[in-house]
Design a protein. Structure first.
Lengths: 339, 339
């Protein structure tokens, strides 16, 4: 049990990740849900949001930046809008519960939203539309994080990568999952390592000037998706999370990768909306959604994320890969936590 | 009353536009609301969605493509989700009513949405977040239209410019209003007229290949905002409108500028969401939204659309400009309708 190899089965990975979270203090059910979502990211091919992050979550739990004993405290309870205080718990199980709550209410009222304030990083945002989309609902999710983007034309970072995700209940489900920054920081880091120039529109220097120099960009800021429009979308995301839910704006959110900030709760907020897709039709016809994949296919394309499997129905026997470095870090953590 | 000049006061423009719509058969109250929203676009500097379009609306009304006697027929009535059949009425007053209904319900249930199927073009989508934002709510709006974009990597148009808008109740309100296409068709037409090349990422040929040739692009398709991410957003917009509300997908929506299609109802769908911004806070603190404009300003930027005045509080004495061609067309219509 104690060793992590670079190749491991999904089932083994979930069991091991879960054991680590339990050893760090999480309750069993919350650990299992979180481990499954973390491993689902690796299975989806988004290793940057999968097991690679687990050592940082564990470090923050031990340092106190993530509260292993957190519950979801009900703050606001309207028929279609619920707000929870996450008590600085791990984002994964919290946002998953929020999505389930939104789905349940939307089936009665038609649309429902759940906000969580005072939570933590939740991994890949697209994971959380599943509890909604798997029940035939449209699910939309927003989250925030540390500031990495300036306002359009500006010189200081005040917006996170401002991710949004959405699930449309086509068969298979359409999963939209994107940052409103032009690219992720990891893509810039890879260019820096390769000594390659950036593409125009990816990044700014620390003074807010456009740059193609990857190193200047790493010391600088991310650019919004498609220029001013991406900035506008990021403002919407930050408004629905940090500004209106709070308590913390992106500009004040600690970096989860910085050890010296591991004692500081991130106080991140998340927001999900569930919409009963079966009740929207003006003409009682619900077959258009069944036709959509074929229409897109006949036009030469495919629907976004239609290759992303349901995190609740992962095949435990499938094999995922992690880097040697991540395998070693996780093995160290199993020793450190006495597993 | 019968003449339109190229310079006219907002009050005069509303009165004249309203008289034209009444003469074409609309009821007074619906004509006045619609005229105000049309003129507000000109006042906002979006002439492409203002009085310039009125001759086409009038043509469609007389030809039967827009039903001047339409009402909003209630199709679905859940506590937080309402769907109306627009009976092929003009989009402006219909979407305005939908936004008012969403706002009213959100104040009770926390969040509410209203869909309209079988409606028509509504002008600038950002107009419709005002009935929500002016009451302290977050408002989000989606609409569809004729197909002009292919799926990512595809070769046939199946998506409209897929606009979305949002209002955040800052002071003054933040108004987000964007197409998820990289640019509007008008911008490409202007380049064609000037004989100038397009910027990369704006358009495709009719076969779906990237092009910098404005004429090829006009015969081709628009590209999505920022590539595949814009495509994903457009899929969300089309799903929440044409696919789930219906009855018509973007690929089947008639062009409002084509005289030979003026008899055909567009059967466009719209969707609005209102969220009670005052109930989202996790810590009872609602001052972050008051600080936002200053935070953005200190970072060297400004919030989107903060110069857009409330369409319900236009200053009738202010002067707007229309082109000579639009003035002549509108003057012809006053004669034609016997005003």
């Amino acid at each position: 049990m104690a060793q992590f190899g670079t190749q491991l089965s999904v089932g083994d990975a979930i069991a091991k990740a879960s054991a680590l979270l339990v050893a760090a203090g999480l309750e069993e059910d919350k650990a299992v849900i979180s481990a499954r979502l973390i491993v689902a990211s690796d299975r989806w091919g988004i290793g940057s949001h999968g097991l690679m992050r687990l050592p940082f979550y564990l470090e923050r739990i031990l340092a106190g930046g993530i509260n292993s004993k957190a519950s979801m405290k009900l703050v606001t309870d309207l028929p279609s809008l619920v707000v929870f205080d996450g008590e600085n718990g791990l984002g994964h199980w919290q946002l998953h519960m929020a999505a389930e709550e939104a789905a349940s209410r939307a089936k009665t009222t038609g649309i429902a939203a759940v906000g969580i304030g005072r939570s933590s990083h939740c991994g890949a945002l697209g994971l959380y539309v599943w509890p909604m989309v798997s029940q035939g609902l449209v699910g939309i999710a927003f989250s925030t994080g540390p500031a990495v983007m300036p306002p359009w034309g500006g010189t200081k970072p005040i917006l996170s990568t401002s991710p949004m995700a959405a699930g449309i209940p086509t068969t298979p489900p359409t999963i939209i999952d994107l940052a409103t920054s032009a690219v992720a920081r990891g893509k810039i880091a890879a260019k820096a390592q390769a000594g390659a120039p950036l593409e125009p529109g990816w990044a700014f220097t620390k003074d807010g000037l456009p740059t193609l120099d990857a190193k200047e960009a790493l010391a600088g800021m991310l650019a919004p998706l498609g220029g001013v429009k991406g900035y506008a979308l990021a403002v919407l995301v930050e408004s629905l999370t940090g500004v209106l839910i709070g308590p913390r704006l992106a500009k004040d959110i600690p970096d989860m990768f910085a050890s010296d900030q591991a004692t500081l709760p991130q106080e991140i907020s998340h927001f999900v909306i569930a919409i009963d897709a079966t009740r929207l039709s003006v003409d009682g016809e619900n077959s258009r959604i069944d036709q959509l994949p074929q229409i897109v296919s006949e036009a030469g394309g495919r629907l976004p994320g239609s290759n992303r499997v349901n995190p609740e129905e992962l095949d435990g026997a499938e094999i995922i890969s992690i880097t040697q470095q991540v395998a070693e870090q996780l093995t160290l953590w199993t020793t450190k936590l006495g597993i």
